[in-house]
Design a protein around this ligand. Sequence first.
Ligand code: BGC
Length: 426
Amino acid sequence: MKKVLNLMLILLMAAGTLFAGGQQETAAADVADVNEVEVLHWWTSGGEAAALNVLKEDLETKGISWTDSPVAGGGGDQAMTVLRSRATAGNPPVAVQMLGFDILDWADLGFLADLNDVAAAENWDAVVPEALKYFSKYDGQWIAAPVNVHSTNWIWANKEILDGLGIAMPQTWDEFIMAMEKIQASGKIALAHGGQAWQDATMFDSCVIAAGGPEFYKKTMVDLDEAALKSDTMVDAFKKMSQLRSFVDDNFSGRDWNLASAMVIEGQAAFQMMGDWAKGEFKAAGLEPGTDFYFSRTPGTDGTVTFNSDQFVMFDVAPEYQNAQKELAKAIMAPSFQVAFNLVKGSVPARTDISDAEFDAAGKKGMADLAMASKNGTLFGSMAHGHSAPAGVKQAMYDVITSHFNGVYSDEEAAMELAAAVASAK
Ligand code: BGC
């Protein structure tokens, strides 16, 4: 995928196409600032839209107006497809929500504006955690402003269902399975899930850790070690996916993640395994973690965190847009904004100097877990959300994981296929 993208873009550039941020580049250097940003993003669910509003409103107070370019599709794959076609047509947006290795790919192609001036003035080097800087900087230059840190290894649960059946939040994988058996027997849906590749992969992040622990996650998802990818431990990770498959309802295929969250919120289903953007849906429904619904790290993954960070990149566009881009980058990183935004989004701040005082119980745990995992060497980029390997490898893994979840491969075959797919994609 990346190779094709590179080739397409290089040919286009060689043909002399001028990329000018949605507008033809003007010759004059001193044209007036356009205090407007067109932002391409995939935040379209209730909780996501509420969080996005915090950003829009913050910018408006600075005199910058927002032109919304939403592309629905959790995880952002559809948004990235739209971005590629706009960029190759010479019409990239002024700013784009982006994840992990995609940021580095676009930087590598020379499309991104450098944010060094803002970063230096605002002292980003001192406050952005190293794990995020890996994706916010390219060749020593700041090319992205991180708005949050999400993590993917969480479960969210309906309190009434669990309390009604006398089920405590499970601590181990076996307890999780036993809880779901009991829920299924009661006639409720045990696991709310949407059968889309990125959602299958989000559960897979946790199954890999539950099967082999943090070292195994690193060896397979980050180091892409072939022997580990086809090992018995990986077969066990797929076995766990097969177990999960037996607890989803018949209509899971293609369902959006926020509709799966709604099933838990409304009491049709007991659990959802999803990143903490799901908490944003519960909060948008007026529910508080701990009191109105339950949450915990996915059983079998305690002590490890698989993270992803939404960052905003600025495309290298005509000079009259640069002021607005800088204001956007500055606004994103402001401490008070990081608190206000992340309270709504379900994520935690992308800065190390922010108190957890205003955060709810899940936010406090998220912040504490992140700090602990970072200290213990058990913090890893989420494969499902583009933070453990480049897009080509991620897509290759998605294909195998989803095929397996839909019964194309046995657990043993899936591990072999995974190793083969990764070998040919990397
Ligand atoms: C993003 C979140 C988003 C989620 C669902 C993740 O990749 O990091 O911000 O809410 O996808 O769309």
